[in-house]
Design a protein around this ligand. Structure first.
Ligand code: PMP
Length: 450
């Protein structure tokens, strides 16, 4: 349906705008959004929608924060760009703040996106080992179902076949292990399938030869691959294995960073899981401006602190660490702390989760998973066989939510039929009323379609 008055926009959109997530669709008009306030946005048809996925896990503080817009404005007016051969105050302050939040000394490289932050992490890991006289220690392990970005290196670490098969061979040196996915575990015969998945990483490192493995990259909680929430011991065990073999632990906290899971960073739920490298984007600026960050333990950075050309890290990113983006990130972190938003997420999520868990009794709900403000509802045709709910039925649930003014997402795996996990990740600053509306709508829709 094309809303009156937007025909021209729709026509131009179809002719000239290449969308990244929505498939080309000649029959359905694109949803054009024009305004946002708090956790809500308004489409050109005038209808308001609650954004139940925070844009794309990024708009943590919602739309319309005057202070954040002002920080960008002030910085752009004062100095709009800083040459890469120089330094600038917002980047200095932000890197210092990140180090403080991480609880240990880290040195941060700024870029533009989550994908680029991961590319930087891989290059740093490989150069680090080369600097230690081990250029053959270059392999990078990631997990099936993981999403780490869309550029060719990050895509090689991404282990969802359908996202990459059209784009030729992956970069060499990337390999994958099964995720700690207890609902459909590759290790179902083991009492603790999460720990079995962690132990398997050690087996793979040994099979490959530890002297060839540079790093293991993982999200503390898989988001894009179906919201997989392992026990905190999984990450502790993985970190221990990485330390044992001098394999750098890279944590992709692009989604989980900055409060999404009810801690400032996802790894903080686990003991002794301090990463060697941690990548951030999205919530770093609360989605207001693009910024990626790769924070590296300062003890690792020591290896790069030499004036010889060999030690110089080669990665140039013209807009990386843009002064306005850094100023926005600083302001956004200030608000998170001042309004004690992360603590609130931890508390409020308990009651949201207990309400969502009540949906477990419905025939099409296989499992409800979640931590903080990150939830997944895995939908099935049959609880016994766990056959995924059909594409059409999952689509109908999303459409019914949208009809009622709630936008949520779906993901899982790209294996056909396995986009069967509903994704719910509201802005961290959502009001109590917003959250009630969210839970009530999902409850009503799922019961109606049970
Ligand atoms: N890592 C994770 C876990 C992500 O979810 C994403 C984006 N969805 C990325 C990396 C890539 O971030 P970007 O889209 O900013 O490149």
């Amino acid at each position: 349906k094309v809303e009156a008055g937007t025909e021209d926009l729709v026509q131009k959109d179809r002719a000239h705008l290449w969308h990244s997530m929505a498939k080309y669709n000649e029959k359905a008009a694109p949803m054009i959004v024009s305004e946002g306030e708090g956790s809500w946005f308004t489409a050109t048809d005038g209808k308001k929608y609650l954004d139940g996925v925070s844009g794309l896990w990024c708009l943590n503080l919602g739309h319309g924060r005057q202070e954040i817009a002002q920080a960008a404005y002030d910085q752009l007016l004062n100095m709009s760009y800083s040459p890469l051969t120089m330094s600038h105050v917002p980047a200095i302050e932000l890197s210092t703040k990140i180090s403080e939040l991480l609880g240990e000394s880290y040195t941060t490289y700024f870029s533009n996106s989550g994908s680029e932050a991961n590319e930087v992490a891989f290059k740093i890991a490989r150069q680090y080992h080369a600097q230690n006289g081990k250029p053959e220690k270059y392999k990078i392990i990631s997990r099936y179902r993981a999403y780490h970005g869309s550029t060719l290196g990050a895509l090689s670490a991404t282990a969802q076949a359908n996202r990459k098969t059209k784009y030729g061979p992956s970069a060499p040196g990337f390999l994958h292990v099964p995720p700690p996915y207890s609902y459909r575990s590759s290790f179902a015969d083991r009492a603790n399938s999460d720990l079995a998945a962690a132990d398997y990483v050690e087996e793979v490192i040994n099979w490959e030869d530890p002297e060839t493995v540079a790093a293991f990259i993982l999200e503390p909680y898989i988001s894009g691959g179906g919201v997989i929430i392992p026990s905190p011991e999984y990450l502790t065990r993985v970190a221990e294995i990485c330390r044992k073999y001098d394999v750098l632990l890279i944590l992709d906290e692009v989604v989980s960073g900055f409060g999404r899971t009810g801690e400032m960073f996802g790894f903080m739920h686990s003991k002794d899981a301090q990463p060697d490298i941690i990548t951030m984007a999205k919530g770093l600026t609360s989605g207001y401006l693009p910024l990626g960050a790769t924070a590296v333990r300062s003890t690792i950075y020591e290896r790069f602190k030499k004036q010889e050309t060999k030690a110089h890290f080669r990665h140039i990113s013209t807009f990386g660490g843009h002064p306005a983006a850094c100023a926005v990130a600083l302001k956004s972190i200030e608000i998170l702390e001042r309004e004690r938003i992360v603590e609130r997420v931890a508390t409020v999520s308990q009651s949201i989760l207990s309400k969502l868990h009540q949906l477990n009794m419905l025939p099409q709900v296989g499992e409800v998973r979640g931590i903080g403000f990150l939830y997944g509802i895995e939908l099935v045709e049959d609880k016994e066989t766990k056959a995924p709910l059909s594409d059409e039925k999952v689509g109908a649930i999303l459409a019914a939510c949208k009809e009622k003014g709630l936008i949520i997402g779906r993901n899982g795996d790209t294996i056909p039929g396995y986009q069967n996990v509903l994704i719910i990740a509201p802005p961290l600053s959502s009001t109590e009323d917003d959250l009630h509306f969210l839970v009530r709508t999902i409850d009503t829709v799922l019961r109606a379609q049970a």
